[in-house]
Design a protein around this ligand. Sequence first.
Ligand code: F6P
Length: 547
Amino acid sequence: MTLANNTEQWQRLTQQADNIAGQHMRDWFAADAQRASRYTLSACGITLDYSKNLINEGILTALFDLADTMQVGQKRDAMFDGKIINNTEQRAVLHTALRNFSGKPVLVDGKDVMPEVLATQEKLKGFVASIHSGAHKGYTGKEIRHIVSIGIGGSFLGPKIMSEALKPYWHKGINVHYVANVDGCHIQDVLAKLDHSETLVVMSSKSFTTQETLQNTLTTKQWFLEQGGTQQDIAKHFVAVSSNVKAAVNFGMDENNIFPMWDWVGGRYSLWSAIGLPIALTVGYDNYRAVLEGAFEMDEHFQQAPIEQNLPMLLGLLGVWYTNFHGAQSHVLLPYYHYLRGFPAYVQQLDMESNGKSVANADDQIDYATGPVIWGSEGTNGQHSFHQLIHQGKLLIPADFMLPLNVHNQNDTHHAMLASNCFGQTQALMQGKTFDECFADLADQGLDEDTQRSLATHKTMPGNKPSNTFLFEQLDPKTLGALVAMYEHKVFVQGAIWGVNSFDQWGVELGKVLGNQVLDKLVNTQAPLDFDSSTNHLIKAFRQANQ
Ligand code: F6P
């Protein structure tokens, strides 16, 4: 398939960007009282106001035509149909099967995978119930009160961030602690607080080969035994989630305590699998299932809604518009909701590990920008940190604002302030403040004209900075599921247009291999050093400090 930048639509979009170069959103709003209502979409409990974007009807039409030319719809259908779209690993991409409530089969290699998906969900449901009811006790007879969830990347971010987001739904009496980094400080800090006899360890690793997760689990096992547990007691206190059951058993996990997952589920797309066990343990199985149901509704929307009303299609295309026609190199997520403070980090892996690529599926080198840097933090904190750059810096940084209209521990004053900041920021980014307005504001400050002019120059806000605003009634489990699935499909749309394989991650392999070679030199302190002079120097410094 031809690369996107060789299409007629790409040329049209380049022209469209030139056409609006001297225009300002402020004027578009002034000229069209219907702009906000025209560019607002609602689906699956999410309302998107995308009117504060650098768009008009001609631009949207060209973007939709680009999606059509790049066969995004057909590629989407191929994914849902279980086609081998992860071509470098020769795998289907079927995280959507894990939340398939349609009752229809999903075939992988001609076999319907739904029975095993549903069986695993039943196993997970039963296990969560046994922990919450106290039926599953520790080896001393104590009920389980603490969960240590060990995993990294998609085996950590999904469980941790989704559980955090659902704080109002936490099951009383269960405390979940997440450990990912191989830095021993973290696991030690967590274990120091716990009684091993009332602790369950959930080890999550799709490959069961990830160094950090294996080491953290070994350390935890050692801690359990040192605290008085025996090898026979391990089965009551350690469970695993993996697609590599053999390796998990060899590691010492009881086969009955292994929740399977499949190679057609990518790590960063795996929270819908048993990797979501810590979420279910935190909020209860019914709430966890509601997260899946919300994602399923977004799947249906993504497959059925016409492109003009299709949230993931629109978001993906807007991202292409800024990345490829306005030079945006990053995209900032600004959840105005404390419980969604981890959401930027979740989307960071989802987006950057999927589309941070430079080779197209047809093995062509790509000479246009692809995946943006994803970053952000909860509002209003960012306003006192990086919003200055977004408002007055030289970089164009499209922003996603998100706000629940109601919060569970409703405090009117706080929530109104939060909402006012969210809306005020999007307004300031759009309309800015002209030099003349700033100059006039300074009129009664007693300044001489030169000073007034100079200060007004520094206070001028260019505006014309694009943003999306997402609103939802409340961040309940279903809405959270729909929100996450919406971003998954946005990433899919962009990968489909850029022609990359969004589902492998070869870029993480080299660092792991070289890291293991360095580890060998740190452990074997007499081993000769044959790396570059910098790496050799760093190893020597470490050896010196730890001799
Ligand atoms: O970062 C590379 C990666 O493979 C991620 O895609 C994955 O989520 C993470 O490492 C952990 O992998 P595993 O679940 O196999 O331990």
